[in-house]
Each structure stands twice: as structure tokens, then as C-alpha cells.
Design a protein around this ligand. Sequence first.
Ligand SMILES: [Zn+2]
Length: 294
Amino acid sequence: MLQLAGPSAQLFENAHFAIAYTGPTDGAAALGRRLEALYQAHVRLVREWNLPAHRPPSKLEVCFFARYDEFKSHLDRLLPDTPEALGFYDPNSNRTYLFDLATAPSVVAIRADVAQTRPAARDRVARRVAWLERSIIQHEAAHQVEFNIGLFRSAASAPRWLTEGLATLFELPLDPSGRPLEPLNGYRLYEFRKLYGGGVETLGDVRRFLADDEAWSGGRSYPLAWALTHYLREEHRAFLGALLRAVGAGRFPTSAAEREPILSEWFGPFDAPWVARFYEATMRLPLDASTFPG
Ligand SMILES: [Zn+2]
């Protein structure tokens, strides 16, 4: 892995991760603390729902580059179809690829804009980086942890909304023991309201979204997956645990036709009143916009 990350790469290890890094050791250590808190957050989830999980046989491998361009060359090689990604978990190598998000093109652009026009808005840069660290680093590493502790066996064995929705639950600021420091994912709620605030009909076919992975449609699907996972955890906690156990044990079907009746029995029926309850409950959630990236 060290050779892969580059000739000057070094190795930082903690309890559950091995990080090959090309920047300062302080940065790798800070990433290590973030990832360890994320791992502990998963230990809490496994205990809470009595999920079939195991400690990974070896440390989880992460490449952490000092600069975006180093990262980008690996992205182009491994995921040529997703040129905009700012971090990813590669299931084939079982590695997560990350970089110092302060060097991300969008952050560099905001920094230049702020420096020229509005010095008072300098905390926009810090808020943007903090948000990216949660929504990219914690999100991608959550996928890696979830596959390696056995919550998910393969991408196809679990509904797409569930793998992505679960990862978005781990985008919160965490204390070192993995306890969330905020009650819910405010930015995903903000995105949900922006995309779907026009009324319940903007959601599309929720029943199909839950059963059929083909209904996934890129960026706009993430806040919907977050909202559904959050809602099911609040309102159908026992059955969401049952779904996670079934998926982890390889007892959940992969076809939409087989998934739909099981999900309807556990969580539904996904008729108009059900969708309206879900929508209204999500739109009523408290939204604190003060920490948004801007
Ligand atoms: Zn994801």
C-alpha cells in the first residue's frame, strides 16, 4: 500500500486502521482519530441493534494524499466514470482513498473568493472543509467499516438506499467514543428541503425507491435515503434492525419484486398516507442552518 500511495508515503497505524499518507504526520494522526471515532460509532450501532458483525481480520487500509492532484490520479484510474468524487471506498482493493480536503478545487475557489471580497466571511472556508470531512471522509470510511465488519456482504446484497442512508447517519460530528455531537444530519435535512420542499409529490415513487436499486438517481437520492433511514429509525426501529440483520446474514433478496412485499410488511404499506406522514415528519425536523458550509 505504501508504494501505491507514492515514493514519499509513510504509514500511520491505530487500533483499526492503517493509513498510508503523503502529507504531514499531524494530518494523518487527525484523520486516524476521526476514523477511530467512526469505528466506535459502528460498535455502538452493532450493540444497539444486536447486528451480526465481527472485528475485521486486519486493519482497514486508507490512502490519504496531501493534495487533490495526487488523489485525482488514483480516482481517474479506479473510478473513471466519477470524475467529480472527492473521496471513495474501492471495494475491489478494499481501500478508502482520501486527500486533504482543504486542497479540494471547490474549497480553493471559495478561499480565493473570500480573500478578495469578504474577509469577514472567512469561516465559510472552515465550514466547507468541516462539512466535506464529514460527508466525504466519514461517509466513505463508513462504507468501508460496514463492509468489513460484515453489516453488508456486497453492494448488490443490500438495498442502495440502505447502504447510502446508513453511511449518511455517520456524517455527524463524533466524540472519540463515537457518540454523535448533534442530534441529526442538518445538512442532509437542508438538502432534502431544498430538493423536495415543493410538496410530497416531488419525492417521486417512494415504494419503488425502497425496493428497486434502479430507482437510485445520483446526488438527489442521498438526502432522500438519509431522510428515509432517519424516519425508519425513529418510527420503525425494530424492523430497521431486523432488515439490517437479514441483510448482514445474507437473507434479504436482491430483486425489487421480492424485496417489495417484505419491506411493505415491515414498514408499510407505502400508500399515500404513509408517504405523507414520512414527508411531514421530515419537513418538521428542526433545522439549524448556522453550521452549513455556505
Ligand atoms: Zn456512499
